[in-house]
Design a protein around this ligand. Structure first.
Ligand code: GLC
Length: 430
């Protein structure tokens, strides 16, 4: 629930044409410093709050911190896997000024909203090795020039494909266009072992994943949701071609009907149990699928697009410090530890999480384990950020509503895009 005050606050920001002033007073921030700058004081137990970890590696990394810091132990609080549910719980915690959450694993799209409301503390930039990290990743952690989160993992969409079946059907390389992908499926489905499989799925349930998949489809057809200046420009023929790819694929069965109920984990399970030939998902799937029935039978490629390779939405998570937390000195040390090259290498090796550090994408031993790392680096560097706005929650809700209406057949693609353009204009004041 967003409070009236927060709504008034974001309305004021919209009216100001997104020329943002920090919302809330310094007495609200709980920063402990009269100038609004955070004083990182207090040592003792803290919590780390993130979406459910399917890999089990997060707890392992926390255990190694806890061993070395018996008086500053970190408790891992796992939230639902659904990004929107995580955001809601984190906002609720901030609005009640609770100290239950210390370090937050913030989705890259929430930085502006959390920083503008002073729910998270500004961080001492010099204490994080930002120059070693990929530039677009660092940008996601900034708000009005200040650092509000420490990059922990990046994310770029990848096309997972059944390399065994492509080979068997005589297809020598993965598709780079949507048309090639459906043509490949038609060939593969002639194989007896593939006749009941579906061609493709991503994440089309009505939640943040739909915003990602919709934006990727639009961008991969050379359209935009908002232009470089943040102005909505989604009611265009190019954007329609992107949305039509999703809508038509659901209609003609290229995407199975049940995929409009899929989040990341449902679609991963479908691919792992052999139901899908192609899957759009994040890098974390690579490692888990390697322990499943399709181990050794899949590979990854860049996302396909309308006329050639598509573009991914920029995903990922950054660690932020709740303004209302106690033991901020411990929290800062833990954030440095968790986002260090050593920890991110562990997350990469054991959970195929995309690291924020540039060198880890070209390190020969890591590339040996994950041959697609150079492709992923390119995908992250070229990835399209979702709108960077304080009222991101409203913006993503509008995208989800219109994209879902089109997928569900409640509206034509043209009408959905027209309505989305109007909503986004209203929300961003542009
Ligand atoms: C992944 C991405 C995140 C995105 C979410 C959508 O967790 O890292 O940026 O918002 O998926 O479901």
């Amino acid at each position: 629930m967003v409070t009236t005050r927060a709504l008034q606050c974001s309305a004021a920001l919209v009216a100001a044409g997104l020329v943002l002033t920090a919302c809330g007073s310094s007495s609200d921030s709980g920063s402990g410093a009269p100038d609004g700058n955070t004083s990182f004081e207090g040592r003792g137990p803290i919590t780390y709050v993130a979406g459910k970890d399917a890999s089990g590696v997060v707890q392992k990394v926390i255990d190694s911190w806890n061993k070395q810091h018996p008086k500053e132990k970190v408790t891992f609080i796992q939230l639902p896997t659904d990004a929107d549910a995580q955001r809601q719980q984190m906002i609720q915690n901030a609005e009640t000024k609770s100290d239950a959450y210390t370090v937050l694993s913030l989705d890259v799209v929430w930085t502006s909203e959390f920083a503008a409301h002073q729910w998270i503390a500004k961080l001492p930039e010099k204490q994080f090795p930002l120059s070693k990290m990929l530039k677009p990743v660092v940008e996601t952690a900034k708000y009005r020039g200040g650092l509000y989160a420490a990059p922990s993992s990046s994310d770029g969409g990848l096309l997972y494909y059944r390399s065994d079946l492509l080979k068997k059907a005589g297809i020598s390389k993965p598709p780079t266009t949507w048309e090639q992908m459906t043509a490949d499926c038609a060939k593969i489905k002639k194989l007896p072992e593939a006749k009941d499989m579906s061609c493709y799925a991503g994440q089309l349930q009505k939640y943040e994943g739909l915003t990602v998949n919709f934006s990727e489809a639009v961008n991969s057809a050379s359209g935009v949701v908002t232009d470089a200046g943040g102005k909505p420009d989604v009611d265009t023929p190019a954007a329609k071609k992107g949305l039509d790819f999703l809508v038509d694929s659901v209609k003609d069965g290229t995407i199975p009907k049940e995929a409009i109920t899929y989040q990341e984990e449902d679609s991963r399970q479908a691919f792992q149990s052999g139901k899908l030939i192609f899957l759009r998902n994040w890098p974390y799937v690579y490692s888990l699928a390697g322990k499943s029935k399709v181990a050794g039978k899949y590979a990854v490629a860049p996302l396909p697009g309308l006329n050639g390779p598509g573009s991914s939405s920029l995903g990922g998570h950054n660690l932020a410090l709740s303004s209302y937390a106690k033991n901020k000195a411990t929290a800062l040390d833990f954030m440095k530890f968790y986002t260090s090259e050593q920890s991110t290498e562990t997350f990469l090796k054991e959970a195929s999480a995309a690291p924020p550090y540039a060198s880890q994408y070209t390190d020969p031993s890591l590339v040996k384990q994950y041959p697609y790392l150079p492709v992923l680096k390119e995908s992250v560097e070229r990835a399209v950020p979702r709108p960077r706005v304080v009222q991101y929650g409203d913006v993503t809700a509008a995208i989800q509503q219109e994209a879902y209406a089109a997928l569900n057949g409640d509206k034509s693609s043209a009408q959905a895009l027209k309505d989305l353009q109007a909503s986004l204009q209203k929300l961003t004041g542009q």
